[in-house]
Design a protein around this ligand. Structure first.
Ligand SMILES: CC(=O)N[C@@H](CC(=O)O)C(=O)NC[C@H](CC1(C(=O)N[C@@H](Cc2ccc(O)cc2)C(=O)O)CCCC1)C(=O)O
Ligand SMILES: [Zn+2]
Length: 588
């Protein structure tokens, strides 16, 4: 009835006005805590999150009064999203406060953890331990840092995480979800989502197996066979990254043709005295070249682009913030002058560009078409930026060599970032979904974690692990409760987007040489998709850009095909690993 619809329209107007006020106030308090970790700021953040959750509960109850069955589809979608409040649905206020407190405590443990190699020499993860993992080739020192980081982070959160799981599951069950994983997957609005990602992973496994075999052989040459278990696993502390999730930091050991120019432009950036600010301006120039929205002045005024040197404890893990007021959009990054941070800056700016493109939407639609879209925007731009041609054009690659060997080296560098990541991107939420649905009990947390790490990723712990440890907690997204399958989805989607944008830009030739810089045709198509936010089911904006209706690994596999041919020839049958973790002596 139109009376009901008129009242509903007024309710939505009120919701939008109020939501911008409540969410921007909460973002400001959360930003203050993340950029200055103190007890006082943590308490303020817990209270602000609690008040925001209670406000969302109240709005959900008011929305539930309306019978939306006769409303137009868009109004129905807005009401659905207003009522879809997740853990904020926990009716018991004391439990809701406990949930927010447990999350804030885990986040603090993770972000303030330090590893003391001597009494006086205690290193934080960023930048010190991360830099050691990138640079050191000392197996024993890497092993000590690997164990020490897990002792200071994950090991201290096991009980808190168990509390979080119970409270989160109790909350989402009041909304009718089976468990927290069921709720998280519902955001993809795809009945077959869990099977879809499983079959994508199966399709991509052979590619990963070939890369794993090549890397293992080269690392054995570097560290000696004795460090490697007979089971075929690669010890996780040797891959240049605390979680062995991407291997581009050890690429100098892994280039198929070592006499070609190095593609890691870190040294050139340092030589040219790059600053954090300049890194972000170079990224901004790319988005502007597509005709997309440049970073507003508020971005430059409000962002934290470097780790503070005033002794403050901050959450150094990079992030992009929408303040939901249409004005404030910020990045917080403890930027170092490295190629990895150059890539991260583009990733974070991709989030900001998405925020800018959909800032006119109703608040409930200010999100990615699905979370994988949000993770893919910046990475799609990086696929153009990181081509040797583009790096040469912006003066970071003095000598541009274009021949088959240089091409193979380039594809290897990209594979160490993109192919290496796939099992890791997939397994984090395989573990979490199994915990949420009760298949993995607290007494088996670490056993289940390493089962996945050994079987799917082919990496093994450098020392024996037990249930005194809680290694999932040593990875940011577990204590910070950020879903992770979004990154696996993004690493597939970004190649579908790249192919569509390269077609729009009129690119001819292999996909891996495409650079969409200055293409306003590509920028217009990307902008049209981004400006829709989450106003439609993701398949609609997806089809508008790619003319496809499903996720497909084909563009990713086409992009890397020349490298796969090279690896298959190199590896022959010398590839693969036994699913079970190797037996290790307890920590010596
Ligand atoms: C307020 C808030 O939290 N906002 C969200 C964004 C939003 O939801 O709007 C946000 O900023 N999340 C932080 C997170 C940071 C990073 C990350 O965690 N990356 C994954 C996996 C990966 C690695 C390489 C890569 O190229 C792409 C992904 C990891 O490092 O394991 C660290 C460096 C890169 C991205 C991010 O930006 O996604
Ligand atoms: Zn991201």
């Amino acid at each position: 009835s139109n009376v009901n619809e008129t009242a509903a329209g007024e309710f939505l107007d009120m919701y939008n006005t109020e939501a911008q006020r409540v969410f921007s106030a909460n973002a400001a308090v959360s930003w203050a805590f993340n950029t200055n970790i103190t007890d006082e700021n943590r308490q303020k953040s817990i209270q602000s999150d609690l008040q925001t959750d209670l406000w969302r509960q109240n709005m959900s109850h008011q929305a539930a009064v309306f019978n939306t069955s006769g409303f137009d589809p868009d109004m129905q979608r807005q009401f659905y999203k207003i009522k879809d409040i997740g853990t904020a649905a926990l009716e018991d206020v004391a439990k809701l406060e406990e949930l927010n407190s447990v999350l804030a405590q885990m986040s603090t443990i993770y972000s303030t953890a330090r590893v003391c190699l001597t009494k006086t020499d205690c290193l934080p993860l960023d930048p010190d331990i991360t830099r050691e993992f990138e640079k050191s080739r000392n197996e024993e020192r890497l092993r000590r840092l690997w164990v020490g980081w897990r002792d200071e982070s994950g090991k201290k959160m096991r009980q808190l995480y168990t509390q979080f799981v119970d409270l989160s599951n109790e909350a989402v069950k009041t909304l009718g979800y089976a468990d927290t994983g069921d709720y998280w997957r519902s955001k993809y609005e795809t009945e077959t989502f869990e099977q879809d990602v499983a079959s994508l992973f199966e399709e991509l496994k052979p590619f990963y197996t070939e890369l794993h075999a090549f890397v293992r052989r080269r690392l054995k040459a570097q560290y000696g066979d004795s460090v490697f278990p007979a089971s075929g696993h690669i010890p996780a502390h040797l891959l240049g990254n605390m979680w062995a999730q991407q291997w581009n930091s050890v690429q100098n050991l892994l280039m198929p043709y070592p006499d070609q120019p190095i593609l890691d432009v870190t040294a050139e950036m340092v030589k040219q005295e790059y600053t954090a600010e300049r890194i972000f301006h170079v990224a901004d120039d790319f988005f502007a070249s597509l005709g997309l929205t440049p970073m507003p002045q508020e971005f430059w005024n409000g962002s934290m682009l470097e780790k503070p040197q005033d002794g403050r404890e901050v959450v150094c893990h990079a992030s992009a913030w929408d303040f939901y007021n249409g004005i404030d959009f910020r990045v917080k990054q403890c930027t170092e002058v490295t190629m990895e941070h150059f890539s991260t800056a583009h990733h974070e700016m991709g989030h900001i560009e998405y925020f800018l493109q959909y800032k006119h939407q109703p608040v409930v639609y200010r999100g990615g078409a699905n979370a994988g879209f949000h993770e893919a925007v910046g990475d799609v731009i990086s696929l153009s930026v990181e081509t040797p041609k583009h790096l040469h054009d912006i003066g970071l690659l003095p000598t541009l060599v274009e021949n088959n060997e240089a091409d193979t080296n380039f594809l290897m560098a990209m594979a160490l970032q993109k192919i290496a990541f796939l099992p890791f991107g997939y397994l984090i939420d395989q573990w979490r979904w199994s915990v949420f649905r009760g298949q993995t009990h607290p007494s088996d947390y670490n056993k289940a974690w390493w089962k996945l790490r050994c079987e799917l990723q082919g990496v093994s712990p450098p020392v024996a692990r037990t249930e005194d440890d809680f290694d999932p907690g040593a990875k940011f997204h577990i204590p910070n409760n950020t879903p992770y399958i979004r990154y696996f989805v993004s690493f597939v989607l970004q190649f579908q987007f790249h192919k569509a944008l390269c077609d729009a830009a009129g690119h001819t030739g292999p996909l891996h040489t495409c650079d969409i810089f200055n293409s306003t045709e590509a920028g217009t198509k990307l902008g049209e998709m981004l400006s829709m936010g989450s106003s439609k089911v993701w398949t609609e904006p997806f089809q508008a850009l790619t003319n496809q209706t499903r996720m497909s690994a084909q563009p990713l596999m086409d992009y890397f095909q020349p490298l796969m041919t090279f690896l298959q020839k190199e590896n022959g049958q010398d590839k693969g690993w036994q699913p079970d973790c190797p037996n290790l002596d307890p920590i010596s």
